[in-house]
Design a protein around this ligand. Sequence first.
Ligand code: ADP
Ligand code: MG
Length: 277
Amino acid sequence: PTSSLSAHRVTTLAVANQKGGVAKTTSVASLGAALAELGHSVLLVDLDPQACLTFSLGIDPEDVELSVHHVLTKGTHVDEVVIETDDGVDLLPATIELARAEADLLTRTGREQVLKAALADLLDDEEGSTYDWVLLDCPPSLGVLTVAALTAADGVLIPLQCETLSHRGVGQLLDTVHDVRRFTNPDLEVWGVLPTLYDGRTNHARTVLETISSTYDLEVIEPPIPKTIKFAEAPAAGRSILATSRSSKGAKAYREAAVHLVERSQRPRMRGKSRKR
Ligand code: ADP
Ligand code: MG
């Protein structure tokens, strides 16, 4: 039988913001679990030497022998490193060794491309890609690992904590995105801002959000993720909030945001065309 379906394609999304504590890792774990609930196959990649994503999915980095560090610097195949987690997503784990990868890569030609190349090994088999989604949890810097993530990505999602927002931080991130488009990944799209740690009781949060989206011409992925104590409990349990607190406001918000990401992924891609930043 002939198939009119287009070849199965993966969407690779970098979750980036050089500011720490804005819920990058929480968003990667929660959106990953939400996409898995929707029936999508998901790979999460921990690109932070702190290994918080790895830990929060119930894996002790100390017990991990092969990690993303080996993939990026030693040419180890992704298949050898991937771990299945209880949240229904696969994980490319990190360990503290990843801190060395950053330094090792600095002297390498093609360092921006290492992650893209490693993921291509996994994704380009004849039947199409193994995964529907690859979510990249970036470290809190605009260094080699974040640039490698942006180079491997179709899109970038920027978690923003509205109260303590630094406009300059977003500008720097967008400058990096601009450079990545010029030099290593012309197809990179900015998917927008995901408001996190959102306290709807303050007008301030909403105002800050409106300012940022108009100043930088960025879309806002709805709904804002509410600030709730439930998130503090999840990492220690080794599961995302979708499992530890199934019907909490936070879990619901991430489920809704995941549906919006699926819709966003179905938009035609603007390959290599100039577009608004
Ligand atoms: P990042 O990866 O950007 O450094 P994390 O995802 O590690 O940020 O989150 C930083 C801290 O904020 C963690 O302790 C996490 O549990 C907490 N946190 C994340 N999202 C929320 C939320 N919506 N409400 C309350 N606490 C949150
Ligand atoms: Mg993090």
